[in-house]
Design a protein around this ligand. Structure first.
Ligand code: HEM
Length: 244
């Protein structure tokens, strides 16, 4: 008897979405912390920047490395978003049915899913703007250059929205991943689910607070610094390095 072949595409797409989501979540957790180096000092943020430009490895800075990294992240971002497209309600009837279910069930995890859908949708646009800028202007990163962009190129509102969206999206995503791949199947599923949810909330609050503090610091530098001599990454572009 001829056996019907199982279509593995949906499972493969699901798995790819989980993996790309995991990579993006890990990336953003590092990103917000590295970028918060501005809270320690301008010099620290400059050192982190040139570290990513390869200075401590090659003895010179290569901003192209940032373009390459941003390009790589952009590809993962597009694959992740592209696969998610199939989960969007694609007509008014589906949309209304989803709304009815959500309101009717009052089920928190369904709300979480709706938040993910909306923040994901917003990031199609604002995430792409930021990533494109990082690919195109990799050498304009540094305590003064970044602050200039945030204030004088009006990126502050975009970063504010992006911060709230990406942090809620990433940690709800990680929570849902843990749920999906069976990390909560301890002795008591209810207790372990509640613990993961608490962890998710703590991470969301902490990361948003750190991100907001960094954004406030970039804004204050951008407002206070005198850019009349041009926009430099950092004082004389170079800083004195210990051991160099
Ligand atoms: C390799 C790719 C990336 C690079 C090199 C990069 C670099 C930076 C830099 C240097 C800043 C400081 C402000 C500025 O200079 O304009 C910044 C801010 C920010 N980035 Fe990225 N970024 C990347 C990818 C992403 C992605 C994929 C997201 C989210 C989808 C993201 C979200 C943010 C947010 C929310 C802020 C503002 C943070 C805050 O308010 O503290 N970035 N990024």
């Amino acid at each position: 008897m001829k056996q019907e072949k199982l279509d593995k595409t949906p499972a493969r797409l699901d798995f790819t979405q989980s993996i790309t989501g995991l990579i993006l979540a890990i990336f953003i957790m590092g990103h917000i912390l590295f970028e918060a180096s501005i809270l320690i000092s301008k010099e620290m943020m400059y050192k982190v920047t040139i570290m990513f430009e390869g200075y401590y490895f090659f003895g010179e800075t290569y901003p192209g490395i940032i373009s390459f990294l941003a390009g790589f992240i952009f590809v993962i971002f597009i694959v992740h978003a592209g696969i998610a497209l199939r989960k969007f309600p694609d007509n008014y009837r589906q949309h209304m049915a989803m709304k009815r279910h959500t309101l009717g069930m009052k089920h928190e995890d369904t709300y979480l899913w709706i938040i993910q859908l909306s923040t994901g949708f917003l990031m199609f646009f604002i995430g792409s703007v930021h990533l494109y800028m990082m690919i195109a202007e990799p050498s304009d990163i540094g305590p003064y250059a970044s602050s200039y962009r945030v204030v004088h190129e009006m990126l502050a509102p975009l970063y504010f929205l992006l911060l709230i969206s990406v942090i809620t999206h990433a940690f709800i995503g990680l929570y849902r991943l843990a749920l999906k791949w069976g990390f909560m199947e301890g002795k008591n599923t209810k207790v372990s689910r509640a613990r993961y949810k608490l962890l998710m909330r703590v991470f969301i609050v902490v990361y948003i607070l750190v991100g907001l503090a960094s954004l406030a610091k970039y804004i204050s530098i951008g407002l206070e610094h005198d850019y009349s001599a041009g926009v430099k990454k950092y004082e004389s572009q170079t800083i004195k390095m210990e051991n160099h």
